[in-house]
Write a new protein. Structure first.
Lengths: 430, 268
């Protein structure tokens, strides 16, 4: 296996697809169509599954003639996938699964209808990085972060880091773009021959106290970190995100993005570094990023009933740590929604790892299927709160509050399935 | 260098130590210290809380120690460091109360299994032994009835204990290990009992922020330290609503509230 992938044929060149793969794609699309007709969902996952039953090597077949980028992380993979697609899209046709499922069936479904040479930008579930890398020989791999998430059903984050490390050694990409401030990601990425290191200034380090290499202890001092027992330490960085500025390749980008918050400047830095590695001009890429105002409904400002709301998504402690930056400051009422369905993890114990006290002195309304868990968390946080049975009821309470300001959108911050429910109420993905 | 955490020694304050949150704190375990602190503060009782990371000296002068849950690797490291330090042993000798959650309970027993299933020596502060059994991990709601705790102030009825469990071991209490209660729903110790109590050391499989859902258990631990007269009633309206909902969910075996087909397709 060589590090450099086969060069992708120029766009428009005819690429032969094996008859079995063609049959697999056709069957998958038929099943997806049938699934949509009976309103069972988008059908992409079940269609992809049917395709893979017919041709288990379909992902390799569909990516044989493409340049492929893989993006994985606990948090930020959808946003970064979207940003990288947009950055690359300024110069070339791009296909991506940023709107859909992020395991092999969903990826296959997203790739099937595209031109066989279009560049693929793939969001990949943390647990599927290994198999997707083996199938696609991705040239560029973007690794954002690893932290605790859905503890009742996913593997320990340390084991995920180990899987990533093994995968990168087995199928070395041309370039890995990795978070130098996340020891778990750093250790995994060090297995790759060529890494662009991003100084993200990541503040959530609670899952990296134990060294992934030797189980020793990692000390964080200022911006640096190092294991007290072995050689693992923060690598010299190539790209720096600091305050409002992204410094990359000797250039500083100051202008704000349409997406809010520090975390999105970090996501943008990864997208810029990856698009540069894949041959796109930095200025063109940055200009393109500026046009992205929402990602699959995240950050959307919209009217619901007759109240303006802003939809935010945070699924786990590290995600909430970043989201709370957007919730600090205002005194207007706020809505927080928590479910604990299969996609959220059935155990919302992690609510106690989130520093909800940062919302300050404002009314917080708890909704979602686990609203009582939230209310107890707020009670012990001395946070002014009440419980409502639905988003509609919560917004009625907001309107009645003396602190309600109709000129400011009401933030509705939700975890995964609660967010999907709210997004459907305001018209779904645009 | 790791600094030496210690108390300001406000004489009347209840002193609480969270042990090794860097190793044992994966599941919102920090919530227990918050619950205990607030329940003291709301009653006008001063409280000092410190966290001691692995490697730092453990003060043996506190009233209450919290040992959290964690993953297999950190669990072994925590056991090693606690054994080396002996700080927790000294504190227990002086009569300190300990609440040990899940992996914390396992390492406080005589023996526990590591990630490979090999049996390792524990701290021996709880009279129990944990073994690996050949069954799927116990993950789900855990409901315990007839829960009670005998303290220096007598027997305290705890009512039903409700929580979530996520563990692979079976814990066998010894002759000096009294269980907390009997399991109505879930796995618990594995022999239809739940938790182990030896003297002032309390262990439970109710994982993470166990005290958030179980205010009577929180108050029983505090009563041990401050006595029954200081334990004035608090407004537990939010907690009671949560308890009613989760006890019902456990009894209905409703681990996945309203799990829709669309959910399963989305992320199966």
């Amino acid at each position: 296996m060589t590090a450099a992938p086969a060069p992708a044929p120029a766009s428009g060149q005819t690429v032969k697809i094996r008859p079995r793969a063609r049959l697999a794609v056709l069957a998958g699309r038929t099943v997806a169509w049938a699934s949509r007709v009976v309103h069972f969902g988008t059908g992409s996952v079940i269609g992809g599954r049917v395709s893979l039953l017919i041709d288990p090597n379909l992902l390799a077949e569909l990516t044989r003639s493409r340049d492929v980028a893989v993006i994985s992380a606990t948090n930020g993979k959808t946003t970064t996938t979207k940003l990288l697609s947009v950055a690359l899209g300024s110069r070339q046709p791009v296909v991506s699964n940023w709107l859909g499922a992020n395991m092999t069936p969903g990826i296959v479904a997203a790739l099937a209808p595209s031109n066989a040479t279009d560049t693929a930008v793939l969001e990949v579930d943390e647990r599927w990085v290994d198999s997707v890398l083996r199938a696609t020989n991705a040239s560029t791999v973007v690794l954002l972060n690893l932290s605790r998430d859905q503890l009742d059903r996913t593997q320990e984050v340390r084991k995920l880091a180990e899987q990533w490390r093994t995968a990168l050694a087995a199928t070395p990409p041309r370039t890995v773009i990795a978070n130098a401030d996340d020891p778990l990601v750093t250790w995994a990425a060090l297995a790759a021959p060529n890494v662009t290191w991003i100084a993200t200034g990541q503040e959530w380090t609670a899952d990296a106290a134990g060294c992934p290499a030797c189980s020793g202890r990692i000390d964080f001092v200022g911006t640096e970190w190092a294991c007290t027992s072995c050689d693992l330490k923060r690598p010299p960085v190539d790209v720096v995100v600091e305050d409002e500025t992204i410094s990359i390749n000797g250039r500083n980008f100051h202008s704000p993005l349409a997406l809010p918050g520090r975390v999105n400047r970090v996501n943008a830095a990864f997208a810029l570094a990856a698009s540069t590695a894949m041959g796109t001009d930095l200025d063109a890429a940055f200009d393109a990023l500026d046009d992205v105002a929402e990602v699959a409904g995240r950050y959307r400002v919209t009217e619901f009933g007759d109240v303006n709301i802003r939809l935010l998504l945070a699924k786990n402690p590290a995600g909430w740590h970043e989201a709370l930056e957007l919730l600090e400051g205002p005194s207007t009422p706020l809505v927080i929604a928590i479910n604990a369905r299969i996609a959220d993890g059935h155990d919302p114990s992690w609510l106690w790892d989130v520093d909800y006290e940062r919302v300050g002195n404002r009314l917080v309304i708890a909704i979602g299927e686990r609203r009582h868990d939230l209310a107890v968390r707020f009670r012990y946080g001395n946070i002014t709160h009440c419980v409502a049975d639905s988003l509609e009821d919560a917004l009625n309470l907001v309107r009645e509050s003396p602190d309600f300001d109709p000129t400011v959108p009401v933030d509705v911050a939700s975890n995964y399935t609660a967010f999907q429910d709210h997004l459907e109420k305001v018209g779904g993905v645009l | 260098m790791t600094s030496t955490p210690n108390f300001n020694r406000a004489d009347s304050a209840v002193r609480i130590v969270s042990l090794y949150p860097d190793l044992l704190g994966t599941y919102g375990d920090g919530g227990n210290a918050l619950v205990l602190s607030r329940r003291l503060e709301w009653r006008g009782i001063a409280v000092e809380h410190i966290s001691v990371d692995a490697g730092a000296p453990i003060p043996d002068s506190a009233d209450l120690y919290l040992v959290g849950g964690g993953e297999d690797g950190p669990q072994v490291q925590a056991a090693r460091e606690l054994e080396l330090s002996q700080g927790l042993h000294r504190a227990v000798d002086k009569g300190a109360v300990v609440l040990a959650i899940c992996a914390g309970m396992q390492i406080l027993g005589h023996r526990f299994p590591d990630a490979t299933g090999t049996s390792r020596g524990g701290l021996g502060l709880l009279d129990c032994e944990t073994v690996r059994v050949n069954r799927p991990r116990a993950v789900g709601e855990l409901l315990t009835t007839n829960a009670r705790l005998t303290t220096t102030h007598g027997l305290i009825e705890l009512g039903p204990l409700t929580g979530f469990e996520n563990h692979a071991g079976r814990t066998v209490p010894g002759s000096n290990g009294v269980s907390l209660g009997s399991v109505e729903v879930g796995e618990g110790n594995g022999d239809s009992s739940e938790g182990v109590v030896t003297g002032t050391v309390v262990g439970t499989y109710l994982h993470g922020p166990a005290l958030a859902r179980n205010p009577r258990l929180a108050d029983a631990l505090l009563e041990w330290i401050v006595g029954p007269t200081a334990m004035t009633p608090l407004d537990d309206g939010d907690v009671n609503a949560l308890r009613a909902e989760r006890i019902h969910a456990a009894q209905e075996h409703e681990l996945a509230p309203r799990r829709s087909w669309r959910d399963i397709l989305r992320r199966s």
